[in-house]
Every structure is written in structure tokens, then in C-alpha cells.
Design a protein around this ligand. Structure first.
Ligand SMILES: NC(=O)c1ccc[n+]([C@@H]2O[C@H](COP(=O)([O-])OP(=O)(O)OC[C@H]3O[C@@H](n4cnc5c(N)ncnc54)[C@H](O)[C@@H]3O)[C@@H](O)[C@H]2O)c1
Length: 429
């Protein structure tokens, strides 16, 4: 079979692990388990639309730089496309395509009426001024104007973006169509129709599934030793919520390095430190510095990779010393590493479940916006909790009924629902 990395739709990645191939492998495993016919599998492998745009930006020094921006729309069988917008130097079309596919299965798994999409620009945001980032975001949005919209494709924040970028996207879209369209993005500020609870949502979802998984083995978050890689939108929220639930967060890290404390880090103090130091945690006084590599092999109950993909590979999977690995990031465990962890009896809570809290609250934000009724944070958290616990239980049940690991169980549920919808809608024309 031709490697999906060779298909012309998706340009080659410099990384040795092809993220799109990896996403296709999981899809193929699920298709095999579900006995899907070959034609249907081919359909599900290919994104419906791949968009690459040039983004010329005038830098503050007057020079013009041209960036490449992508948006991949994988499948809209269940509803409008939905997916984040990533600003990170490692963004490639392959990576965006893989993440768009993951979004399709994730939305279907948690029962949302959405299809999967993803967008990204290969930049290191910290090397750009706020004004430059605003011009980049506005130009990127303008280039996508015909492809996004509240019924078409609804972007959200991801690595390197936040409510600020979503506000610029919403404003740019609205100015182009001539009236305010809050529903074009989610994860926007509350002042323009954002939902309460969205900022912490992905980390909250991770906390909920970890809590459930610990309960299933007779343990609790209270007193659990937790290690978190990444202290951004997702990692910091997961750290705060698990800390509040009584867990000992013994190590956290960001791109510059990590911190360890055997008695548990004071997460609120660390969060304040990061806020005062331009998101940096290195240099925080009450902890021992460690590297990211060391962090991933610390002995703990729960390891939460919440930064980048491909962090646990066949090289370090044998050294992982956790009972549960909760994939708060997308694709932090490679295919080979996943097999090693499963063979070692380590429970891997797969990304399409463990980080689905973000898209669940994005959906709740969209629903509130469409109905012009806005809920308090308790209501948002309650609705999200119901959907997350239900998805977790369904994955466990599927795993037990079919005697398959949790990742394959989650994929069979997500892929199976999309396949059923495709079957019911029929193939156009
Ligand atoms: N933001 C969301 O709502 C959301 C939803 C679902 C999934 N995710 C996934 O979660 C992950 C993190 O996203 P985020 O929104 O928190 O991003 P972010 O940019 O807010 O934070 C990323 C964190 O990872 C750290 N990091 C970057 N490179 C690293 C490296 N090489 N080693 C260790 N740490 C490193 C950064 O310093 C930062 O602390 C991504 O995989 C993203 O796709 C995010």
C-alpha cells in the first residue's frame, strides 16, 4: 500500500514520524475491528478539503515576510467542521491533516454534531510582537473567509493561540461579512459571546477522565502523584484542577525545562510565578530543576503529556513509570510506544477522549451563542461533566465487550459513528 505520507495532498514532513501516517494507522486498526469496507476506509482517510494560503506580514521593522497558513477540513458528515488553530514552528500540512482527522473521531466519540478540521501557521509566536500577531491572524482569517463560518467551519484556540486570537478572527470575519458573527469561532472572550469555563475546559476534561480511571482501580485523585508535561492552556488547567482535588503534582515542565518536588508543587504559586515571568516556570525557587526527558520517566500514578506530539516513543516507553498515561496533548504517544505501554499494562487514556473537554465546551459555547442564552460556569461544567463521563464509560464498555485496548475502543466508537452516518446519508452523487 502507498504510504499516506506519499500522497500528493500532504507535503512531506521533516520529522521522522509522519503524523498523518500515524493517524491513518489508528483509523485502519479501527476499520479492521469494525469490518469496514475498503472504499469507506479510503473515503475516511482523505480530507475533504486542504487549504494552504500565503500570509504576507509587514514586520515592525518595515520588512515583509511571507508565512504559510493551512486549514484542513477532514469530514463534515456529522455537522460543521470544528478544530483548533495552532501557531508553532513545527506546524506542517501533514501535522494539520492528522490533527483534522483526530478531530473528526473526537467529536463523534463525545457525541457532538461536528466534523473535524484543524488550522495552523508555522511560527514561533514569541518572536512576533502583538501587533504582528494581530496582522498575521487577520490576514489568515481573510484568506479563509469563504471556508469558515458558524455553519461551515468553526476555529478554536490550540497551541500558541488563545482567546485573543479568536477575538481577532471573529472581528475580521464579522467586518468582512458586514455584521457581528460571534459563532464563527469558539474559545473567544466572554465579552463577545465566549463561554464561561472554556479556558479551563480541556484540562478539566483531562482531570475528569483521570479521576474516573483512578476510581475504576480503587484509587482517587486525592493523594495521587501526578506528573504534567506542558504548562500552557491545557497543562496548567489540568495541574490546577488536579491540585484542587488533592493530587500531588510532583513535576511540571514547559519547553525550557521542568521542575520537581517530591512533596508536591504549590501549583497556584507556580501559576502566579509563570504569569509574572512571561509564562516561564524555569527559575521558580521551591523545586528541583529537571529536564523534559527525566520528567517523562518519573515514578508516578498519572503521567499527563500536555505539550507536543511524539513525546513518548519506542526509545523511552520502556522507562515510563506511571499507572495511567493521560494524553492531554494530541498524539504525545507514538504508535510503537503505545504498543509498548499497553503490553506493559499501563492504561493509556487516548487523546480523542482525554483532551475532548475543550471541544465539548466549544460546542456548549456555540449552542449558547446560537440560542442567545448564556449559562453560568456551574451549568457549563455540569453539562461538560455529563458528556465526558458518558464518553469515558462508553469507551470502557466498548473495550470490555470487544476485548480491545482503550485507544482502539475510542477509535471504533468515533469511526463507527461517522461510518454509520456516511452509510445513512449515502454517497453523493
Ligand atoms: N487548547 C486547547 O483547548 C486544546 C484542546 C485539545 C487539545 N489540545 C492539545 O494540547 C496540547 C497543548 O496545547 P495548549 O493549548 O496547552 O498549548 P500552549 O501553547 O498553551 O502550551 C503548550 C505548553 O507546552 C510547552 N512545550 C512546548 N514545547 C515543549 C517541549 N518540547 N517540551 C516540553 N514542553 C513543551 C510550552 O512551553 C507550553 O507550556 C497540544 O497538543 C494541543 O493540540 C489543546
Amino acid at each position: 500500500m502507498v504510504s499516506s505520507c506519499e500522497i500528493p495532498l500532504v507535503a512531506p514532513s521533516p520529522a521522522h514520524i509522519c503524523p498523518f501516517d500515524q493517524a491513518c494507522s489508528y483509523l485502519e486498526q479501527a476499520a479492521k475491528e469494525l469490518n469496514l469496507e475498503r472504499g469507506l476506509l479510503e473515503l475516511l482517510r482523505h480530507p475533504r478539503k486542504v487549504i494552504t494560503v500565503s500570509i504576507p506580514v509587514k514586520r515592525d521593522n518595515g520588512e515583509v515576510e511571507v508565512l504559510a497558513g493551512h486549514r484542513v477540513q477532514h469530514c463534515d458528515i456529522l455537522g460543521p467542521y470544528k478544530g483548533g488553530t495552532r501557531y508553532h514552528p513545527a506546524v506542517t500540512l501533514q501535522e494539520v491533516s492528522a490533527l483534522a482527522m483526530l478531530m473528526t473521531w473526537k467529536c463523534a466519540l463525545v457525541g457532538l454534531p461536528y466534523g473535524g478540521a484543524k488550522g495552523g501557521i508555522a511560527i514561533e509566536p514569541k518572536f512576533y510582537s502583538v501587533g504582528e500577531l494581530e496582522r498575521i491572524t487577520r490576514r489568515y482569517t481573510t484568506e479563509l473567509i469563504k471556508d469558515i463560518g458558524p455553519s461551515e467551519d468553526i476555529p478554536a484556540p490550540d497551541m500558541g493561540t488563545s482567546a485573543r486570537e479568536m477575538a481577532w478572527m471573529m472581528d475580521t470575519y464579522s467586518m468582512n461579512v458586514g455584521h457581528a458573527v460571534p459563532g464563527v469561532v469558539t474559545g473567544k472572550p466572554i465579552s463577545i459571546g465566549g463561554s464561561r469555563g472554556r479556558e479551563m475546559a480541556t484540562g478539566r476534561g483531562t482531570m475528569i477522565v483521570v479521576r474516573e480511571a483512578l476510581a475504576d482501580i480503587g484509587k482517587s485523585l486525592a493523594g495521587a502523584r501526578v506528573v504534567i508535561q506542558g504548562f500552557g492552556n491545557v497543562g496548567a488547567a489540568a495541574a490546577i484542577l488536579m491540585h484542587q482535588a488533592g493530587a500531588k503534582i510532583i513535576a511540571v515542565s514547559n519547553a525550557d525545562g521542568g521542575l520537581y518536588s517530591d512533596i508536591g508543587l504549590d501549583i497556584p504559586a507556580l501559576k502566579d510565578y509563570a504569569a509574572q515571568n512571561d509564562k516561564n516556570i524555569v527559575g521558580y525557587p521551591n523545586a528541583i530543576p529537571i529536564s523534559n526527558a527525566e520528567l517523562l520517566t518519573l515514578s508516578c500514578d498519572v503521567l499527563v503529556p500536555a505539550a507536543l506530539e511524539n513525546q513518548i516513543t519506542e526509545k523511552n516507553a520502556h522507562q515510563v513509570d506511571a499507572t495511567i498515561v493521560a494524553e492531554a496533548a494530541n498524539g504525545p504517544v507514538t504508535l510503537e510506544a503505545n504498543e509498548i505501554l499497553e503490553a506493559r499494562g499501563i492504561t493509556v487514556l487516548p487523546d480523542i477522549l482525554a483532551n475532548a473537554g475543550g471541544v465539548v465546551v466549544s460546542y456548549l459555547e456555540w449552542v449558547q451563542g446560537l440560542s442567545y442564552v448564556f449559562w453560568d460556569e456551574d451549568r457549563v461544567n455540569r453539562e461538560m461533566e455529563l458528556l465526558m463521563v458518558q464518553a469515558y464509560r462508553q469507551v470502557i464498555q466498548q473495550s470490555e465487550q470487544r476485548h480491545i485496548p482503550l485507544r482502539l475502543a475510542a477509535y471504533t466508537l468515533g469511526v463507527g459513528r461517522v461510518a454509520q452516518a456516511l452509510h445513512d446519508r449515502g454517497l453523493y452523487p
